[in-house]
Design a protein around this ligand. Structure first.
Ligand SMILES: CC(C)(COP(=O)(O)OP(=O)(O)OC[C@H]1O[C@@H](n2cnc3c(N)ncnc32)[C@H](O)[C@@H]1OP(=O)(O)O)[C@@H](O)C(=O)NCCC(=O)NCCS
Length: 284
C-alpha cells in the first residue's frame, strides 16, 4: 500500500491485483526486501496457454528508486520466464516512461507497436447524438467466430485491453468471458469493427476501460460514442479508452472527447522472444 500510494498520484491498480497474483497458479511474484520491508516487486503471469510470460506491476518504493532495484528484478524475471519454457515475454508501458523502456531494452526487448490511450472523467463526457453503426453485445465465443472473418483488424494478432495483451486464439478469448464484454458490428458476414470493455479498479474509484478496433473512422466513432455513454450512464468515475493510432485524428477532433482528454498519450508493447534452446522446462 505504501508503494502504491506513492505511485501515479495514487492511481495505482496494484492493491487490487496483488492478492490475485499470490493466489493464481499462473503467477510468480518477486520482491526485494530491505530490513524486513518490501521495497520493490514485479509479477510474471503465464498467459496464452502458458506460451507468453506477461511481465506486470514493476514497482519500486519512491524512497528506494535509482539504486538499480528495478534492473535486478527485471533481469531476474526474464531469466525466470525463460526457464518456465515460454516462447516470449511481453509487457506494455507508457511511451514516455523512460525508465521502463530502458529496462526493457537492457534485457533485449523490442517495441512491437503502440496504441493510443485517453482518459475522460464521466462528468465531462458529452454523450453523442450521432447515429452510428449497429453494435451487438456478443459473448466471447461469438466474438471469436466473427473475428475469424477479419483477423487483420487486430495488429500482430495481439489484442490490447486495459494495458494487457493476449494473442487472439480461441482459448485466450474464451478465457476473457466473464471478465470482458464484447460488442461487434458485422456487415454481410464480415466483422467490420469490435470493442471490448471491463471494469478497472483503482485507488480513486472504478473506471470503464475499453478498446476499439475498426476498419474506418465511422465505425470507430460509433464504438467510442457507445462506450463513453455507457461509462456515463453506469456512473463510472472515468472512462479509459485504447485505440489503434490510425484513429487518433478522429478521436482528437471528436466533440465527445473533453478538451483536457485530447492528449497524444500512448502505450507500447515490448517483447522478447526466446529460442527454444534458451527456454528449458521448469519442470525438468
Ligand atoms: C520505473 C521504476 C520501476 C524504476 O525503478 P528504479 O529502481 O528506480 O530503476 P533502476 O534504479 O533499476 O534504474 C534503471 C535505469 O532506469 C533509469 N531511470 C530510473 N528512473 C528514471 C526516471 N524517472 N527517468 C529516467 N530514467 C530513469 C535509471 O537511470 C537507470 O539507468 P542508468 O543506470 O543507466 O542510470 C520506478 O521508478 C517505479 O516504480 N515507477 C513507478 C511505476 C512504474 O513506472 N513502473 C514501470 C512501468 S509499469
Amino acid at each position: 500500500m505504501t508503494i502504491a500510494r506513492l505511485t501515479w498520484g495514487g492511481y495505482d491498480y496494484l492493491p487490487f491485483a496483488f492478492d490475485g497474483w499470490l493466489q493464481d497458479p499462473n503467477c510468480y511474484t518477486f520482491g526485494i526486501e530491505i530490513d524486513g520491508h518490501l521495497v520493490a516487486l514485479n509479477n510474471l503471469r503465464l498467459i496464452d496457454d502458458r506460451s507468453t510470460g506477461w511481465m506486470e506491476g514493476l514497482r519500486v518504493n519512491r524512497y528506494h528508486r535509482k539504486r538499480g532495484l528495478a534492473r535486478v528484478l527485471t533481469k531476474h524475471i526474464v531469466e525466470f520466464a525463460a526457464e518456465t519454457g515460454v516462447s516470449r515475454v511481453r509487457y506494455t508501458t507508457d511511451t514516455t516512461n523512460a525508465a521502463s523502456l530502458k529496462l526493457g531494452q537492457e534485457v533485449g526487448m523490442q517495441r512491437i507497436f503502440d496504441m493510443g490511450v485517453f482518459w475522460a472523467g464521466t462528468d465531462k463526457i458529452e454523450p453523442s447524438g450521432r447515429p452510428g453503426r449497429r453494435l451487438v453485445n456478443v459473448n466471447a465465443e461469438t466474438f471469436y467466430e466473427q473475428f475469424l472473418s477479419s483477423p487483420d483488424l487486430v495488429p500482430n494478432g495481439t489484442l490490447i485491453f486495459d494495458w494487457k495483451a493476449v494473442q487472439v486464439t480461441k482459448s485466450s478469448v474464451l478465457a476473457l468471458e466473464g471478465k470482458c464484454r464484447f460488442w461487434t458490428s458485422v456487415r454481410r458476414g464480415v466483422l467490420e469493427s469490435f470493442s471490448l470493455g471491463l471494469d478497472r479498479k483503482e485507488m480513486k474509484g472504478i473506471e470503464w476501460s475499453f478498446t476499439v478496433y475498426a476498419n474506418d473512422d465511422d465505425a470507430f466513432l460509433s464504438h467510442l460514442g457507445y462506450h463513453l455513454s455507457y461509462a456515463k450512464k453506469h456512473k463510472y468515475n472515468a472512462a479509459m479508452g485504447t485505440y489503434p493510432l490510425g484513429f487518433r485524428k478522429a478521436l482528437l477532433s471528436s466533440p465527445m472527447i473533453p478538451k483536457e482528454s485530447r492528449r497524444r498519450f500512448a502505450l507500447t508493447l515490448l517483447e522478447k522472444q526466446f529460442s527454444s534452446k534458451s527456454a528449458r522446462s521448469l519442470v525438468s
